[in-house]
Write a protein that binds this ligand. Structure first.
Ligand code: ZN
Length: 249
């Protein structure tokens, strides 16, 4: 059965109350002081930047956010039996909270729900570090080695995980349908993944309010709000016997 790859960007989570931080028009790019808090060199060099970073994490909209209809539609498609892989630019973990198994999700920019040590690379739940911040630690160090701790997200100035990137490229090459949802396709690697998919014969569907550089290559462009458009669109690819016959691949 046809593999459906879904590339999701900030636009899929705005209905969940999470603003676009990272994109070209995102909050961080528009505010140089805020951008320092998520830029690796500034973060490593300055304890005051780290203190402010921890305060920002403590109050992040992510912790109160619930998956929305679009996240649920992706999880339902997977449950229908259709092979689905999600490549996401988001770090909010909402695809998994909606019920999509973690092994089906590639987090291109990491996850805000874990911490990573910059020295020994130990990972731990973000909640554990935030408890320490609440208790008064302004810059909680790694409990394993004492190194500087950060969110397990890819900061500006950091490389993407090469393993994650190569797996994402393999999925883009292998899929028969590539749905780009809520992403401007202007930031790497998202843009190149859409290109790789079409070069290898995938049908590209773009679900985004604004035009993207890949619209010309798209078989279909959907401008309607993601929360209503995506559930309708994905039903077409559902494998359940009580739905329409899937399009032959
Ligand atoms: Zn460590």
């Amino acid at each position: 059965m046809a593999l459906v790859a879904i590339l999701s960007g900030a636009g899929i989570s705005t209905d969940s109350g999470i603003p676009d931080y990272r994109g070209p028009q995102g909050l961080w790019r528009k505010d140089p002081e805020a951008e320092k808090l998520v830029t690796y060199d500034f973060y490593m060099a300055d304890p005051e930047i780290r203190r402010r970073s921890w305060q920002m994490r403590r109050t992040s909209a992510t912790w109160g956010a619930e998956p929305n209809a679009a996240h649920r539609a992706v999880a339902e498609l997977e449950r229908s039996g259709t092979p689905v892989r999600v490549l996401t630019q988001n770090v909010d973990g909402l695809h998994q909270l909606a019920g999509l198994p973690s092994r089906k999700v590639l987090e291109l920019h990491g996850t805000a729900r874990e911490t990573a040590c910059t020295r020994c690379h130990a990972r731990a739940p973000m909640a554990e570090a935030l408890v320490r911040v609440e208790a008064g630690e302004t810059d909680p160090p790694c409990t394993v080695c004492g190194g500087i701790l950060k969110s397990a997200t890819v900061m500006f100035g950091e490389r993407l995980d090469p393993m994650v990137l190569s797996e994402a490229m393999a999925i883009a090459k292998a899929c028969e349908v590539f749905v780009a949802v809520g992403t401007t396709l202007q930031v790497q690697p998202a843009a190149s993944l859409a290109g790789i998919a079409t070069e290898h014969g995938a049908r590209l569907i773009v679900v985004n309010a604004e035009p993207t550089p890949y619209d010309e290559l798209a078989e279909e462009i959907v401008r309607e709000p993601i929360g209503t458009a995506l559930p309708v669109l994905l039903k077409r690819f559902a494998a359940s016997p009580d739905t329409d016959t899937p399009t032959p691949g």
